[in-house]
Ligand binder design. Structure first.
Ligand SMILES: NC(=O)NCCC[C@H](N)C(=O)O
Length: 410
């Protein structure tokens, strides 16, 4: 069977992508939990599904194989032991082990067919969905305070973040926010047990067990030997050094990690909210991440003398740093919103910099970012627009909503 993972650039022709169609997990968003669940508004489910289907169809029409997270997670439950382990891992990470409702919820989950088990873990369990036959516990009497046995995972449609394919291996991520921690558990099970992946010896560049977080929106595979990683509100310097050591070790082709510090703010949560690659030598950028003279804080990590060491040097100019690591004479940055203060802030907020390249110079973007889209076209980029009224409410764009599994090499 063909090796299932290959991502040696951000722009190579996209062949297979992992998506998650927004589902009932969004019906468990309430105003009081919006902030903690990382949403700014409540999307209308039929409308967001329609927009997401349009996005998936757009990719299929360009020859991309679309696979869905819930389908793969269901197929990964290859026997009763795997299924039981997932239930127990998930319940432990949902802090249910410490409550006296543990047995009742576990029994309910065990009773579900595989596909319903996965969808239930994803959309959560409201307290009023299960009728406790025994005595009610104190926390069950306080529905206003805490209405869920299992909290929903409404950010699952941003498949970019819980894991990232780099080369022929995968980074299964430790998520920064508690609302998203359990998301990468599905990827861990898929890589380990799904027949498409399990029979291959897949390098694991990062696993979710450590203390330091890293998220896929910060991991950009800018070439066959360099990964750019954002030092951000979600991704720590410690995790970047750890993944760099793992990438440099053994037989990976990776020689350099370019760590790019970005402001730690809600609008700039990951590097890909302010910077994406659209062609061999062209990138979108949000002007707000650069200092008044264009300066930035950039570090190049390279293989050191021993397997546990990395050499680190600092740079302050993103264009020069990109020219250096990509071996290019010229690199063009295309400013989100054309650099106009108001347009760039508005369009960055709605993911104007967050493009998904499906081949060199061809990107998928949100239709609402018309200033940035026209500008990209003026640089010769083919821009394929998708609808975005509801999708944008979760604060992520086309790159955030997609996890490439396979791209052609450049
Ligand atoms: N790569 C990305 O920037 N993903 C967007 C994630 C949005 C989600 N609501 C979050 O705050 O994590």
């Amino acid at each position: 069977m063909k090796y299932p993972l290959n991502v040696t650039s951000e722009i190579g022709e996209l062949k297979t992508v992992l998506l998650k169609r927004p589902g009932k997990e969004l019906e468990n968003l309430t105003p009081e939990f919006l902030e903690v669940l990382l949403f700014d508004d409540i999307p209308f489910l039929p409308a967001i599904q329609k927009e997401h289907d349009y996005f998936a169809t757009t990719l299929r029409n360009r020859g991309v194989e679309v696979v869905y997270l819930d389908t793969l997670a269901t197929e990964a439950l290859i026997n009763d032991d795997v299924r039981m382990n997932l239930i127990e891992d998930f319940m432990r990470e949902s802090n249910l082990v410490e409550t006296r409702s543990y047995e009742m919820v576990k029994e309910y989950l065990i009773s579900l067919p595989k596909d319903q088990l996965i969808s239930t873990l994803m959309h959560g369990i409201r307290k009023n969905e299960l009728t406790s036959t025994g005595k009610k516990h104190l926390h069950e009497m306080l529905e206003d305070f805490d209405p869920f046995y299992l909290y929903p995972l409404p950010n699952l449609y941003f498949t970019r973040d819980p894991a990232a394919v780099i080369g022929n291996g995968v980074s299964v991520n430790r998520m920064n926010r508690s609302a998203r921690k359990r998301e990468s558990l599905f990827l861990q099970y898929i890589i380990k047990y799904h027949p498409r992946f399990a029979q291959h010896d897949i390098p694991l560049w990062f696993n979710r067990d450590g203390a330091y977080s890293i998220e896929g929106g910060d991991e950009l595979v800018i070439s066959h030997d360099t990964v750019a990683i954002g030092i951000s509100a979600r991704t720590t310097a410690q995790a970047i050094e750890k993944i760099a050591i793992n990438l440099f070790r053994g037989n990976s082709n990776y020689q350099k990690v370019m760590a790019v510090e970005i402001p730690k703010s809600r609008a700039f949560m990951h590097l890909d909210t302010v910077f994406t690659m659209v062609d061999h030598d062209k990138f979108t950028v949000h002007p707000g991440i650069q200092g008044p003279g264009g300066e930035m804080n950039i570090f190049i990590l390279e293989r050191g003398d021993s397997a546990e060491e990395v050499n680190i040097s600092q740079r302050s100019n993103i264009v020069e740093a990109l020219q250096e690591v990509l071996n290019l004479k010229e690199v063009t940055l295309i400013p989100c919103g054309g650099g106009d203060h108001i347009a760039s802030a508005r369009e960055q907020w709605n993911d104007g910099s967050n493009t998904l390249a499906i081949s060199p110079g061809v990107v998928v973007t949100y239709d609402r970012n018309y200033v940035s889209n026209e500008l990209l076209r003026s640089y010769g980029i083919e821009v394929i627009e998708v609808q975005s009224s509801e999708l944008a409410r979760g604060r992520g764009g086309p790159r955030c909503m997609s996890m490439p599994l396979y791209r052609e090499d450049l």
